[in-house]
Design a protein around this ligand. Sequence first.
Ligand code: MF3
Ligand code: CO
Ligand code: CO
Length: 272
Amino acid sequence: MSIEIKTAEEIEKMRVAGRLAGEVLDFIAPHVKPGISTGELDRLCHDYMANVQKTIPAPLNYAPPGYKPYPKSICTSVNHQVCHGIPGDRILKQGDIVNVDITVIKDGFHGDTSRMFYAGEPSIQAKRLCDITFECMWIGIKSIRAGSHLGDIGAAIQKHAEGHGCSVVREFCGHGIGRRFHEEPQVLHYGRAGTGSRLQSGMIFTVEPMINAGAAAIRELADGWTIVTKDHSLSAQWEHTVLVTDSGFEILTTSAGTAPEPAISRTLAGIR
Ligand code: MF3
Ligand code: CO
Ligand code: CO
């Protein structure tokens, strides 16, 4: 098995799918407020994807080996939930932090992106975790260029997270993406620079660090999907789908509401 190099035509379709995934997040942003249920967020996104965008929500009935089919169209992971939170009756309350993870299929190609949202005003600690995690995603992305190593991404993310007293979730990683939701390579969010596959122009994968305020350990809930921190500390995640280019990278999941690059990765020594 090897990492696909996408053709110019495939890359163009991935740009469309990526932008559409970002636009679902733009659409749902104003609805993430105290009093709404995660199930209502799912219903709103599902209808927008199916009826407005004419995209397919990739999570719905997704069943990788060893999993039962995922029952909803988006993932909503609240507070100490790390990822794959299943939308339902839970009502968001003032101060909750929520990851909304969207994957659409358009014209046979997947776009996958997630952001953190606040219901009302977050605590200072919660906002700090979300900011550090956003910086981790960007610092990882900034290491990407043809000729660099997969391990460079994880090493940069781990250094930033642990340098701020946070921890990196080990069990879930970024992934190649294209006609399939999850393909090679696995993009670890920890590791050593200079290790792993060399990146080539035309590779497309996600960078989606899950960062915990406490310990890295996680466990899976009895629903077979929802992942939570073992110590119940807060967890955050941000995700973009990224194309490797000769000069560096192109983020494919950019939309009007995409947050700009943070100051820290713009000013890091030695990179663009
Ligand atoms: N979107 C997630 C990812 O970034 C995967 C969700 S799988 C689901 O890889 F079935 F839970 F939707
Ligand atoms: Co992903
Ligand atoms: Co995702």
